[in-house]
Structure formats: structure tokens, C-alpha cells
Design a protein around this ligand. Structure first.
Ligand SMILES: Nc1nc2c(ncn2[C@@H]2O[C@H](COP(=O)(O)OP(=O)(O)OP(=O)(O)O)[C@@H](O)[C@H]2O)c(=O)[nH]1
Ligand SMILES: [Mg+2]
Length: 306
């Protein structure tokens, strides 16, 4: 029998990734996991829920929590999104605050308005500042950003990174592991996510909507999976519904002669198959759910509740 004293210490904990919309939170989580789990886009407010990504190694397990961007809620959906941030912060052992280095010149205001309160409340947690998108700014800006944070806030670490180009991420992992509490694993080793496959399929479709459609349209869409039938004798069958807010948005989604929704189907299917590891038959339909973004009942149905 092995002596318990001889066992290596196991570390495990939750690391919440928080920041302003579009800062690169989802890109960072995917890069740290080495797998695309969370959807990303050029447009802000892509992520709407809390998405856990689990990284397991022999001696540690990190549960990353990707979150929506911090914002002042203007409608019920955004209020629900903010709750996901609050819950993630309270669940977290470590906060990874990610800040777009392009905003360094406005850092004082942006930090005061968005992060000061969170940082104060989280005085017991380890806090790591990641200055992201450093591939887009000069070394002077990076230096200014680091100095600003050092002089004004109490971070345990400040690291310049590029989530997109995977620069600085080894150091990020090293520091997270350093601050992880001693704890047994929360999940089995082979588990990489908490959410269901259905959820990720709906997210992939939402990502393609962000890619294909302009202005308000992606913000007015939600995707639900109506059916997901695994078949042993052929392609799996997935039927998804895109909910829009108004009747007038339906023809926009569908496009002239159905061309847009066809494109959406093709792009989505390719990524779904890569994620699912199997060919699928994907059916997309559009339905109106009047003002769903402000409707408590509909939002609950769509999973915007913890
Ligand atoms: N150049 C550059 N672009 C980046 C970097 N990190 C993220 N991006 C880009 O920034 C955009 C937003 O990235 P996301 O990961 O979706 O940002 P997010 O913080 O999750 O955004 P929300 O979910 O909308 O709050 C995408 O176009 C990314 O490719 C980076 O280090 N360098
Ligand atoms: Mg995101």
C-alpha cells in the first residue's frame, strides 16, 4: 500500500475569465484548453452564458469559466448575462481579468467603471491581469498598461499575452497552477466540458450567425436544438430552430431564394461535424419569439437562468 504522504499534491480549482466585451475571453479559454469550445467573433457580446472548460493533468485540474463581457444591462437578456458573470466570479478561486491592450490609454476610466468594484470584492481571490492583444500595440503601450495596473490595483500577476497568437500562455498556465488550491479533481479526466453537446451545436450555429449577418440581427437571434438523433446506420440528424425577435427578421435570416440560410447551414454543418466527429444532417428553421430578449419566461426556457 502506498503511503498517502508519498502521493503528489493534487491541485484543482476554478478560474473565471472576466473582462469587457470583445477582450478575447473566449479566444483565451480555447487557447488554454487547446481546443475550441467557446464561440468567438469580431462583434462584442458573443458569449451569453457561463461556459466551463476543463483542463486535466495528472497533478492538477483547472476549470475555466468563460463569461459574457461586463456591461451595464439595458434589457433582461443582458441582466441575465451579468448574473452569469457574478456567479462565475463567486465560484472562482482565481480571477483572470483580461484587458484589451488597445484600451490602455483609457485604462483608468475603464477599470474604475468596470473592474474596481469586482476587484475590491474579490480581495480574497488570486487575481491575474492579462493584457491581451499585445500583437496589436507597441511595446510602450504594453509597458504603460503594466505600470498602470501595478500602481493602481493589487494583482498577484500581470502578464502580457496574445490569446490569438498564443503568446505568453505558458506563463499564464504556470501562474494559475501556482495559485490553484490543494483539492481533488472536480471532474473525471476525460471530461472537457460541463454543457451538453446540444448546447455546443447551438453555439456553433450562433457563431455562424455572428459571422454572416450584420448589425442587430445576430443579437436578435437565439438557437435551440429541437432534435438530435444519433443514428448508427447513417448521418446523425439535428434539427435546430433560430428564434428571432420580429417577423421582419425572418426574411433577413432566410435571404433571397433561401441563399443566406443555406450558407448558414453549410458553414454550421462543417464545424458541427468537426466538433461531433461524425457527419450530420442539419435542418434549420426560423421562428419568431416576439421580444424574447426582454421576456422572462422565454429567457428561462432558453436557459438563461442558473
Ligand atoms: N489581434 C488579436 N485579436 C484577438 C486576440 N484575442 C482575441 N482576438 C480577437 O478579438 C475578437 C473577440 O474575441 P472573443 O474571444 O470572441 O472575445 P470575448 O471577450 O470572448 O468577447 P464576448 O464574448 O463578446 O464578450 C475576435 O475577433 C478574436 O479573434 C489577440 O490576442 N490578438
Ligand atoms: Mg466570448
Amino acid at each position: 500500500m502506498s503511503d498517502i504522504q508519498d502521493q503528489p499534491i493534487h491541485r484543482a480549482g476554478y478560474a473565471a475569465i472576466i473582462g469587457l466585451p470583445n477582450a478575447g475571453k473566449s479566444t483565451l479559454m480555447n487557447a488554454l484548453l487547446g481546443q475550441k469550445l467557446s464561440i468567438t467573433s469580431k462583434k462584442p457580446q458573443t458569449t451569453r452564458k457561463k461556459i466551463a472548460g476543463i483542463l486535466s493533468e495528472e497533478q492538477y485540474q483547472i476549470v475555466f469559466l468563460d463569461t459574457p463581457g461586463i456591461l451595464a444591462p439595458k434589457y433582461l437578456l443582458q441582466e441575465r448575462m451579468s448574473r452569469f458573470i457574478d456567479y462565475s466570479i463567486s465560484d472562482a478561486d482565481i480571477l483572470l481579468l483580461i484587458f484589451d491592450a488597445q484600451g490602455v490609454k483609457s485604462a483608468k476610466r475603464l477599470f474604475e467603471e468596470n473592474f474596481a468594484e469586482i476587484l475590491e470584492k474579490s480581495y480574497r481571490k488570486k487575481k491575474i491581469l492579462l493584457l491581451n492583444k499585445t500583437d496589436l500595440v507597441t511595446p510602450e503601450i504594453i509597458q504603460d498598461g503594466i505600470l498602470f495596473a501595478q500602481e493602481n490595483y493589487k494583482f498577484d500577476e500581470i502578464i502580457a499575452v496574445s490569446a490569438l497568437e498564443k503568446v505568453g500562455l505558458e506563463l499564464v498556465l504556470e501562474k494559475i497552477i501556482k495559485y490553484l488550491p490543494e483539492h481533488q479533481k472536480y471532474f473525471d479526466d476525460d471530461r472537457i466540458a460541463e454543457e451538453t453537446e446540444r448546447f455546443f451545436v447551438s453555439e456553433i450555429i450562433r457563431e455562424k450567425i455572428f459571422e454572416l449577418y450584420k448589425e442587430e440581427v445576430p443579437y436578435s437571434c437565439e438557437v435551440g436544438i429541437e432534435e438530435f438523433k444519433e443514428r448508427t446506420d447513417g448521418k446523425d440528424y439535428i434539427s435546430a430552430i433560430i428564434f428571432v425577435e420580429k417577423e421582419s427578421q425572418k426574411p433577413i435570416l432566410i435571404g433571397k431564394q433561401g441563399l443566406m440560410i443555406k450558407k448558414l447551414g453549410e458553414l454550421s454543418r462543417a464545424d458541427i461535424e468537426a466538433f461531433h466527429g461524425k457527419p450530420v444532417y442539419l435542418e434549420l428553421r426560423v421562428k419568431v419569439r416576439e421580444n424574447w430578449r426582454s421576456d422572462e419566461f422565454l429567457l428561462r426556457q432558453m436557459g438563461y437562468e442558473l
